[in-house]
Ligand binder design. Structure first.
Ligand SMILES: Cc1cc2nc3c(=O)[nH]c(=O)nc-3n(C[C@H](O)[C@H](O)[C@H](O)COP(=O)(O)OP(=O)(O)OC[C@H]3O[C@@H](n4cnc5c(N)ncnc54)[C@H](O)[C@@H]3O)c2cc1C
Length: 459
C-alpha cells in the first residue's frame, strides 16, 4: 500500500492486485497468516506511514492503538537485567495488524488514482515481443471452480511492482519469462510463535504497558511479550528458537509462559481472560533475494518481504518496507517518472544490508542456526553488542542510543558513538568491570495482587 501511494504521484492509474477479498473492517484474512502474531511499528516506520498518509497516526490512536514510549512504558528483560525506566522520546506504535491494514487501506482508496482489484491472483508476467521488458501481469480469479480452467487475463502496465511478500513467486515468473532468478540467501534459527489475545484483569498491578522478556543465547531459547492493543486487550506472543516451538494448547501455552526468564509474563496472564484461541506461526527464516545482482528487466521492481523477509522477532519488516517505498519515490523522481529497475534494486539492497547483518548476526548466536557464516566481523559484532547489552540496565544513555538503531532512526555505526564506545571500552578493558553478566536474570518482577497486495501495477 505504501508503494502504491508512491506510484500514484507518477502514474495516472495504480492497481493493487490482491488475491484475498478484503474485509471492510479490521479482520484477519487468509493471505496474511502472519497478521495474527504481534505487529508493531518502530518510530521510523510510523514516520514513513505518516509521511505517505498524513493523519494515519491519529486514526490509529482514535481506533484504540497505543503510542508508547520505549523507555517509560516498557519493561524489557535483557540477559543483563531490566531496561532503565524513563521517557526517551522514542515512540512505539502497537495495534493488531488487521487494524493497521484497514486504517492505511482507508487512506489508500481515498486516492482516486488507486484502485484495488480483489480476489485476483497474479500468475505470471507479460513481456514485450522482444522479451526485453515487462509489460504487465497475468492474473486469474482466485476462487474458481476446480473443474473449470482458470480464465487468465493480461493486465498491461508500464511498471509492475512485486510486493507479494515472503512467499513471492516473482523469481519463478521471471524465469518463465526468460530472465534469471535472483539468488537467495537463507538464515534460519528455527523460531516459532504462539499468540493469544487476552483481556487483562481490572485490578492487575503492574508498572508497564508493554512487557518483553527476552531469551538468552545460546542456551535459554524462550521469550515472550505482552503488547496492548485496541479494545483494552493484550496481544500475548510467546516464542522459542532452535525448534523449541511454543505449544498451541492451553496447558502447554501457560507452561511455556511460566518457563521464561521472568515470572512476570505468566503472572500477568494467569488470571487474565483469554479472548481467542492460540495461533501458532513458524515461517520465520531470514530470506534475502538478491535482485541487485540479477538481470532485472525494465518494467519490473520488487520490494518488501518479497525481496527480504526477516526473522520477525526483530520487528523490522514493515519499517524497512516503508523505507524501500521512499527509495522508490526517490528513484522515480530522479528518473522524472521512469524507473531504472537495476538502480532501484541496488538502493533496496543498500537499505537491507544493515538490518540483515544485525538480525542474521543475532540469529547466528544460536548453535542450531542454519545458513550464514560466523565470520570475524560477526564475532566482533557479537562481542560488541554483548557489551552494549551489559551496559543497558545501568545506562539510560546507552539504552536510548541502542533503541535509536532498533527504531532505524540511526545506522548501526551510531553504536560506536563515544557515548557508547567509551563505556564499552571501560567495561571490557578498564581496571574495574562495571557489570559482570549475571547467571540468572534479576527477577525484579513488580509485586502485585495477582502491492499482490502484493503486486501494484500502474497502467
Ligand atoms: C509473525 C510475524 C510478526 C511480524 N511482526 C512485525 C512487527 O511487529 N513489525 C514489523 O515491522 N514487521 C513485522 N513483521 C514483518 C511484516 O509482517 C512484513 O515485513 C510485512 O508484512 C511485509 O509487507 P509486504 O507488503 O512486503 O508483504 P505482506 O504483508 O506479506 O503482503 C503480501 C500481500 O500480497 C498478497 N499476495 C501474495 N501473493 C499474491 C499473488 N500472487 N497475487 C495477488 N496477491 C498476492 C497477500 O495476500 C498479501 O496481502 C512480522 C512478520 C511475521 C511473520
Amino acid at each position: 500500500m505504501l508503494a502504491a501511494r508512491v506510484l500514484a504521484d507518477h502514474f495516472d492509474r495504480v492497481t493493487v492486485i490482491e488475491r484475498d477479498q478484503l474485509p471492510d473492517g479490521s479482520e484477519n484474512r487468509p493471505g496474511v497468516p502472519h497478521a495474527r502474531p504481534l505487529h508493531f511499528f518502530f518510530k521510523r516506520g510510523l514516520m514513513v506511514a505518516e509521511e505517505l498518509f498524513p493523519g494515519v497516526t491519529a486514526d490509529l490512536q482514535a481506533a484504540g492503538s497505543h503510542l508508547l514510549d520505549q523507555g517509560r512504558d516498557f519493561r524489557i528483560l535483557y540477559r543483563s537485567g531490566w531496561s532503565p525506566r524513563a521517557e526517551i522520546g522514542l515512540e512505539f506504535c502497537t495495534f493488531t495488524r488487521p487494524l493497521l491494514e484497514a486504517t492505511i487501506r482507508r487512506h489508500l482508496v481515498a486516492n482516486p488514482k488507486i484502485s484495488l482489484l480483489q480476489g485476483f491472483e497474479v500468475a505470471g508476467l507479460a513481456v514485450s515481443g522482444d522479451g526485453a521488458r515487462v509489460e504487465g501481469v497475468r492474473i486469474q480469479p482466485r476462487h474458481q471452480d476446480p473443474n473449470v480452467l482458470p480464465e487468465v487475463q493480461t493486465l498491461a502496465a508500464e511498471l509492475v511492482v512485486d510486493t507479494s511478500g515472503r512467499g513471492s513467486k516473482a523469481p519463478e515468473w521471471l524465469e518463465a519469462a526468460g530472465f534469471a532468478k535472483p539468488e537467495e540467501t537463507v538464515v534460519d534459527a528455527f523460531w516459532g510463535y504462539a499468540t493469544r489475545i487476552y483481556e487483562p484483569v481490572d485490578d492487575f498491578q503492574k508498572d508497564w504497558k508493554n512487557l518483553l522478556v527476552m531469551n538468552r543465547p545460546p542456551y535459554q531459547p524462550r521469550a515472550g511479550i505482552i503488547q496492548p492493543i485496541e479494545g483494552n486487550r493484550w496481544l500475548v506472543t510467546i516464542a522459542g528458537v532452535m525448534h523449541d516451538y511454543p505449544p498451541t494448547d492451553e496447558e502447554g501455552f501457560l507452561k511455556f509462559a511460566r518457563s521464561l526468564s521472568s515470572p512476570e509474563l505468566y503472572r500477568a496472564i494467569e488470571h487474565a481472560r483469554p479472548l481467542s484461541r492460540i495461533w501458532g506461526y513458524r515461517r520465520t527464516e531470514n530470506r534475502l533475494r538478491h535482485y541487485e545482482k540479477a538481470n532485472v528487466p525494465q518494467g519490473f521492481a520488487a520490494l518488501g518481504d518479497s525481496v527480504c523477509a526477516f526473522n520477525p522477532v526483530y520487528g523490522v519488516g514493515m519499517t524497512l518496507t516503508g523505507l524501500e517505498a521512499l527509495a522508490l519515490r526517490k528513484c522515480l523522481r530522479d528518473g522524472k517518472g521512469r524507473l531504472n529497475s537495476h538502480r532501484f534494486q541496488k538502493q533496496v539492497a543498500k537499505l537491507v544490508a544493515a538490518p540483515w547483518a544485525l538480525t542474521t548476526g543475532e540469529d547466528l548466536r544460536w548453535p542450531a542456526t542454519q545458513g550464514g557464516q560466523i565470520t570475524a566481523k560477526v564475532k566482533f559484532m557479537h562481542w560488541y553488542i554483548e557489551q552494549v547489552i551489559r551496559l543497558i540496565p545501568q545506562s539510560q544513555e546507552v539504552f536510548r542510543r541502542f533503541q535509536e538503531v532498533n527504531h532505524m532512526l540511526k545506522p548501526p555505526t551510531a553504536l560506536f558513538h563515544p557515548a557508547v564506545l567509551g563505556p564499552v571500552l571501560r567495561q571490557a578493558f578498564g581496571p574495574k568491570r562495571i557489570l559482570p553478566m549475571p547467571k540468572e536474570a534479576p527477577a525484579r518482577a513488580p509485586q502485585h495482587s495477582t502491492s499482490t497486495s502484493t503486486v501494484a501495477v500502474r497502467h
